[in-house]
Design a protein around this ligand. Structure first.
Ligand code: DC
Length: 229
């Protein structure tokens, strides 16, 4: 059966993972949340007091990191394991969120993560979301979606997510964290967030999950019809 690679890139809290997960389920593809990999690396660095401004420390630390995803039938999601520990919940912490953009901007960290991501896509049949998936990780992916949403909608979505874990969080904190991450993600030297030239832009501010899924499935169908091998 023909299989393709689908990439979904965009800023934080645009709903990339929600769409990627639903699309992967519908197509029976593997879903990979590449942001979770950068978050897990950040968690490791924070726990082990790794100075990510030191190339030597970063290289040594990356040598001790193994990342993998495992499907959890209870949550119906792929969860990330850092050296055999399920850290899916821990990596959503605010402390990780505050530092992950800096860690993800480190050249060696990116090389490590991109190499792992490419291995995961070897057999195709994958939906991966992130920032540089359509530009750097899989520049030849058959379908590239660039997801956007209005800033106020993104802040609201992110706030709702974080509030469940931390009812003391304020809208302002969430807003400044998102703005900071947007800035670092789009201005970093290596593999900055940008839209691939051949990506299809989808602004989902006013769309339901179901509408987005329908739109994406139509694109997949078109791409599959066009694929010859
Ligand atoms: O999607 P997310 O918010 O979980 O991503 C966490 C951080 O990782 C975010 O600041 C950007 C970075 N990231 C990246 O640089 N490249 C990716 N492919 C995915 C995420």
């Amino acid at each position: 059966m023909k299989k393709i690679i689908v990439t979904i890139d965009g800023f934080s809290s645009c709903g990339k993972s929600t769409l990627a997960k639903a699309l992967a389920r519908e197509m029976n593809y593997v879903f990979i949340d590449s942001g979770a990999m950068y978050r897990a690396i950040t968690l490791y660095f924070l726990r082990n007091h790794v100075n990510w401004n030191s190339k030597a420390e970063v290289i040594k630390a990356l040598d001790n990191i193994t990342l993998c995803f495992q499907y959890n039938a209870e949550t119906d999601g792929c969860e990330i394991f850092l050296n055999d520990e399920n850290v899916e919940w821990l990596i959503r912490d605010m402390l990780v969120a505050e530092n992950v953009s800096e860690v993800a901007a480190v050249k060696e960290v990116r090389e490590f993560a991109v190499a792992e991501q490419r291995k995961m896509g070897k057999l195709k049949g994958i939906v991966m979301d992130g920032r540089d998936i359509g530009t750097t990780v899989f520049p030849k992916a058959e379908l590239k979606i660039f997801l956007t949403a209005d800033p106020a909608v993104r802040v609201e979505r992110r706030f709702k997510e974080l509030y469940i874990k931390n009812p003391n969080i304020t809208i302002d904190e969430v807003k400044s964290n998102l703005e900071m991450r947007d800035y670092i993600d789009s201005n970093r030297e290596f593999s900055p967030l940008r839209q691939a030239e051949d990506a299809i832009v989808l602004n989902n501010s006013k769309l339901t999950h179901q509408e987005q899924l329908k739109f994406a499935l139509r694109l997949v169908k078109e791409k599959l019809e066009a694929v010859t091998v």
